[in-house]
Design a protein around this ligand. Structure first.
Ligand code: HPA
Ligand SMILES: [Zn+2]
Length: 344
């Protein structure tokens, strides 16, 4: 373990791009399948692990999504969603994550017959418990599945209204190609009208720079999730840099989904050098071999990031978070105190 590795692990961090269903570890998936009598195409925990771990890569985003939706089909009760969320928050807190902004995919559950209320109650109970016990704060962002139509997203928006006080904003995820942000322009506008304060969208993970433009212009997003392919469009890079638009970058995800061929070719350092507000995140840590620390460690080694780069990423995460000003100031102080205590 190098000095830089220790520095990364101990550093207070935020995580802004995390799908709670993508934190479902093989052990919990297997146990919940047994408890809920869900048939999985795996004989045991090791079978699940070999399906999506141990260095194996997916061919593309859709290849992963097929396993991801099948995996989450073991989640049925409020207790299941509570256990899933608490396990993530405990793991994140153990990695010195002080704040997390968590995505969930309500349609992936309601379409199976799980009530919206079951999902949100389980998740929020774990959020409250983790905050009290571990001090980790968190927000929830509800994602619309973009492979479904806009009317389905409207229905989900309607179902979410009783829980609006527990959901900070809306996002857009699932299969990107052929499902441009434009498809969801009306429902994002309605979400704003209904009081959802922020919007984000996955854009430029597999899709072209045009999708990033659409997310900005048509959905009026406050952050771009991934954004890798924005680098193909110089005017777009300038626009993102000048407006201070944050990108929630997920290096191990990009490697596992073949968005990059090799971690050594990951554009994170280029993003920073071009003035983009890049942040470090794990996306679906159970499927992509790593939580936020493993992302920092792997990319630091692959790209030879400096301590200064690492601190910039952590600072960008704090600045790009959607917390109230007092909490933001507190997180800045925490990071500054850490830097003073670990001055070289
Ligand atoms: O990386 C992702 N991209 C799009 N949708 C997703 N849903 C979970 N993870 C992802
Ligand atoms: Zn994602």
């Amino acid at each position: 373990m190098s000095v830089l590795d220790d520095f990364i692990e101990g550093m207070p961090k935020v995580e802004l791009h995390l799908h709670i269903e993508g934190s479902l570890e093989p052990r919990m998936m297997f146990d919940l399948a047994q408890r809920n009598a869900v048939a999985l195409p795996y004989a045991d925990v090791a079978g699940i692990e070999t399906a999506f771990r141990r260095g194996a890569r997916f061919e593309n985003l859709q290849d992963f999504l097929d396993l991801y939706y099948a995996g989450m089909s073991v989640l049925w009760s409020e207790a299941d969603f509570h256990a899933l969320t608490l396990a993530y928050l405990e793991r994140a807190a153990a990695q010195n994550v002080v704040h997390a902004e968590i995505f969930f995919d309500p349609q992936a559950h309601t379409d199976r017959g799980v009530p919206f209320e079951t999902v949100i109650r389980g998740i929020t109970r774990a959020q409250d418990e983790a905050e009290q016990r571990l001090g980790i704060t968190s927000h929830l962002i509800m994602c619309f599945l973009r492979h479904l139509d806009e009317e389905a997203a409207f229905e989900t928006l309607r179902q979410s209204l009783p829980y609006r006080d527990r959901i900070l904003g809306v996002g857009l995820d699932s299969g990107e190609m052929g499902n441009p942000p434009a498809k969801f322009q009306q429902v994002f506008a309605e979400a704003r009208k209904q009081g959802f304060r922020v919007a984000v969208a996955h854009a430029g993970e597999e899709g072209p720079p045009e999708y990033v433009h659409e997310a900005l212009d048509l959905l009026q997003v406050d952050r771009i999730d991934h954004g890798n392919r924005a680098l193909e469009d110089n005017a777009l890079v300038d626009r993102l840099a000048e407006s201070g638009m944050a990108l929630t970058v997920c290096p191990l995800s990009n490697y596992k989904l073949c968005v990059v061929d090799d971690l050594k070719e990951h554009p994170l350092k280029i993003m920073l050098d071009r003035g983009l507000k890049a942040t470090m995140n794990s996306d679906d840590p159970s499927y992509f071999d790593g939580y936020v620390n493993e992302n920092y460690l792997a990319v630091t080694e692959a790209l030879g990031l400096s301590r200064e780069d690492i601190v910039t990423l952590a600072r960008n995460g704090i600045e790009a978070s959607f917390v109230p000003p007092e909490r933001k100031a507190e997180m800045r102080r925490q990071l500054d105190d850490y830097l003073v205590a670990h001055a070289v």
